[in-house]
Design a protein around this ligand. Structure first.
Ligand SMILES: Cc1ncc(COP(=O)(O)O)c(C=O)c1O
Length: 403
């Protein structure tokens, strides 16, 4: 790392609180510059945006709009108005699903995958139910990697949307983003990418991926909770009707009809999470200052190291591919016949914070025929010492259950 791990860890004072935090896939920790930016909004210029003509409101508006510019550049959007802020990936995907299926006809198809988090599964399933659409899921191979051959079968000329995660939250598996986007387009469909577990680890380039939509959460990329958004190609945003209505998103309202504000505000109804949006911009800048290549390399190193260490633990099964280059940021495992909740409980006795359960990916768990997994997930502050401490605590857990 050009910037040392110690320097990075110093930006996260919460790490001094005594826990080994291995749950960044659920929520990343928040660095001091982000906390300070959020606090500064509330202490220095706590006003609404786009409404006031006084200094505080102007400063809030500039900060919030500036964060959109930062995030648009962060994902390499062609135009700044292609960046819409939402409360996170879940709200982004619900909005995208409502908008993109609005004009679909019965019999047309939505294709998603078995790797999805429920938030990129249920909104499409519900839209399909409501409109008589065909809902298909692309299978995974035995090691949890997406089955591209199955994708080629499932995506047809009747497909209108292909919605898939870039990185699986349950297994850390990487999906072939460009191939799936190309397959969607060859068949006249749009490609919706769930970037929740992707944006924390990679330099995102939506133009290079060729996606139509890319959703993400701020709180998984070192920003505040309740923030995030989506990128959408401008032509879609110009052609689509909003699905959330209210203040700030209108141009003119009469008794007869309403017209919409310019992009991106047409898609941001009501008072947004202003402090959070500003904090999200600072989080993106923070990642940029650490270096996106540095971050990717670090997460890859930690994933490879964890796989190596776990490979030496008897009675522990690691789910997903053994090749570290096919995954990132997550090691999901099971111990003998133990329920993942019991594992997590015992790890917590050793102050190791991990996630256990179905990870909001029940179709995948059904497919793997397991109730869930115990999942360790990594961030830019994760160290080899953290992974060693996890391995030691796994041995302790095994000793309690005499595996
Ligand atoms: C792949 C993936 N998609 C979507 C979500 C939902 O994100 P949020 O809860 O921030 O809306 C998550 C959260 O864990 C996720 O991992």
């Amino acid at each position: 790392m050009a910037i040392s791990l110690e320097q990075i860890r110093a930006d996260f004072p919460i790490l001094q609180n005594g826990a080994v935090y291995l749950d960044s896939g659920a929520t990343s920790l928040t660095p001091t510059p982000v906390v300070e930016a959020v606090t500064k909004y509330y202490t220095d210029y706590n006003a609404n945006i786009h409404r006031g003509l006084y200094d505080w409101s102007v400063e809030a508006t500039e900060g919030y709009e500036g964060a959109h510019k930062t995030l648009a550049a962060f994902v390499n959007a062609e135009h700044v108005e292609e960046m819409i802020f939402t409360a996170g990936t879940t709200s982004a995907l619900n909005v995208i699903a409502s908008m993109t299926t609005a004009n679909m006809q019965p019999g047309e198809e939505i294709v998603t995958t078995l790797l999805e988090h429920h938030s990129n599964f249920v909104p499409w399933q519900k839209a399909a139910e409501a409109k008589g659409l065909v809902f298909k899921t692309i299978n995974v191979q035995e090691d949890g990697c997406l089955d591209l051959e199955d994708a080629k079968q499932k995506i047809t000329s009747k497909t209108r949307v292909v919605a898939f995660t870039a990185v699986s939250n349950a297994l850390g598996v990487l999906t072939p983003i460009k191939e799936l986007c190309a397959l969607a387009h060859e068949n006249g469909a749009i490609a919706v990418v769930d970037g929740a577990q992707h944006i924390p680890h990679f330099k995102v380039d939506v133009q290079d991926m060729g996606c139509d939509f890319y959703a993400f959460s701020g709180h998984k990329m070192y920003g505040p909770t309740g923030t995030g958004g989506f990128y959408a190609r401008r032509e879609h945003l110009l052609n689509m009707e909003p699905v959330v209505f209210g203040g700030d998103m209108i141009s003119e309202v009469t008794i007869q009809a309403s017209t919409w504000n310019e992009l991106p505000w047409k898609f941001e109804a009501g008072t947004p999470h202003i402090a959070g949006g500003i904090g999200l911009g600072v989080a993106a800048d923070y990642m940029t200052s650490v270096g996106l290549e540095t971050i990717e390399q670090h997460e890859q190193d930690m994933t490879a190291y964890a796989l190596e260490v776990f490979g030496t633990l008897d009675g522990v099964e690691v789910y997903g591919p053994t090749d570290p280059l096919k995954r990132i940021g997550v090691v999901s495992f099971g111990i003998g016949g133990m329920h993942p909740h019991d594992v997590a409980e015992l790890l917590n006795r050793k102050h190791i914070a991990v996630r256990a359960g179905h990870h909001c990916a029940m179709p995948l768990m059904d497919h793997l025929a397991i109730p869930g997994t115990t999942r360790a997930s990594f961030g830019i502050y994760t160290s080899k010492d953290d992974i060693d401490a996890l391995a030691e605590a796994v041995e302790y857990t095994k000793s309690i259950f005499t595996v």
